[in-house]
Design a protein around this ligand. Structure first.
Ligand code: 3EB
Length: 322
């Protein structure tokens, strides 16, 4: 006789990069295109992130190996299956009275939706806004975003912040895109011993410190979801103006995060990564760094602004144990 279906948790979503166009299947939780539309896909699980790709047109696909339901509610779209939940909000700052209020709106919608669902443990969240470094000092748009984000987070984030990415796109100042991965069981937050936790950054970085964890170990401990990671040591930006030195420092931070999360060392074929590059002229430097130091990692290179003006590059992604 066959064993009954095991009651252990389903595996984390598998993340893959595939040439566009892609077909969404019944077990696709979410899929992402990048840059200007090539293919129109009318499905709540499909999101076109407003960042241009360097290189061939590739989509990112999350598969949960279980049937997925999906729908839309106003600015929010969602999907769920196998204990995992994807939710995304796209809105326009002009409809909400600016960056801070749009961020508060997006996070309020997401936190209210999450609180009403069994998949209420937010593990990972991505934020893309336009002209992220515009504005001086405390008036920088990223800093307004940070204030609106914490204002909209609500109780579902009170247990601890998820891992996150916040990057500037070049599709105009108005569009805000926020999407997340949540699950029905808690994960484990991981901080980087080389870095001050973001929520403890000193006042010089803004009134509202950024609310994110450096990484989360997803339930079942089989994958580390890695936040946007840059050349930040302690709380300071290192190697201003030097792309190669920032890449080296970023990789030291990533290695330290793997160790802190109890993951095997190194980034191999089980480590899909994304590199966000501020200046198009640095894309080649990123490629040659990756060829030398990350030869086996599936890699997307995207054109995006990092939330501190002096930072030229940031890397995020996943590290699967097996
Ligand atoms: C840093 O280490 C770089 O505001 O959600 C990285 C990842 C950064 C996420 C965020 C910001 C965020 O502070 C910036």
């Amino acid at each position: 006789m066959r064993d009954p279906a095991p009651s252990i948790s389903p595996l984390a979503p598998r993340v893959a990069y595939r040439p566009e166009p892609i077909a969404l299947t019944p077990t696709t939780l979410a899929a992402f295109g990048f840059g200007a539309p090539a293919t129109a896909v009318d499905d709540p699980r499909w999101l076109r992130v407003a960042l241009e790709l360097f290189g061939d047109r590739v989509a990112e696909v999350w598969d949960v190996g279980a049937d997925v339901a999906h729908g839309r509610e106003g600015d929010l779209r969602w999907s769920r299956g196998g204990g995992w939940l994807f939710a995304a909000v796209e809105c326009h700052e002009g409809d909400h009275g600016g960056t801070e209020h749009a961020a508060r709106h997006a996070y309020s919608l997401l936190s209210r939706f999450i609180a009403a669902n069994p998949e209420r443990h937010v593990q990972r969240i991505w934020n893309y806004l336009g002209d992220i470094n515009d504005g001086k000092g405390d008036e920088e748009r990223y800093k307004h975003f940070c204030t609106g984000r914490i204002g909209g987070m609500g109780d579902v984030f009170a247990q601890g912040f998820p891992a996150a990415t916040a990057i500037g796109h070049h599709a105009g100042p108005s569009l805000l895109q926020v999407y997340l991965l949540a699950t029905d069981r808690p994960g484990t937050r991981v901080e980087n011993p080389r870095q001050v936790s973001a929520w403890q950054y000193p006042r010089q970085y803004g009134r509202t410190p950024p609310s994110f964890a450096r990484a989360t170990l997803l339930p079942a401990d089989d994958v580390l979801a890695i936040s946007g990671t840059a050349a930040v040591v302690g709380h300071a930006s290192a190697h201003a103006g030097d792309i190669d030195a920032q890449l080296g420092e970023t990789l030291r931070n990533l290695d330290a995060l793997l160790a802190a999360g109890g993951m095997p060392a190194g980034f191999d074929a089980r480590s899909p990564l994304k590199v966000y590059v501020r200046h198009a002229a640095h894309a080649d430097a990123v490629r040659s760094f990756a060829t030398r130091h990350l030869p086996d990692a599936p890699l997307l290179v995207l054109h995006g602004d990092i939330c501190r003006q002096e930072l030229l590059v940031e890397i995020d992604g996943w590290r699967y144990r097996r």
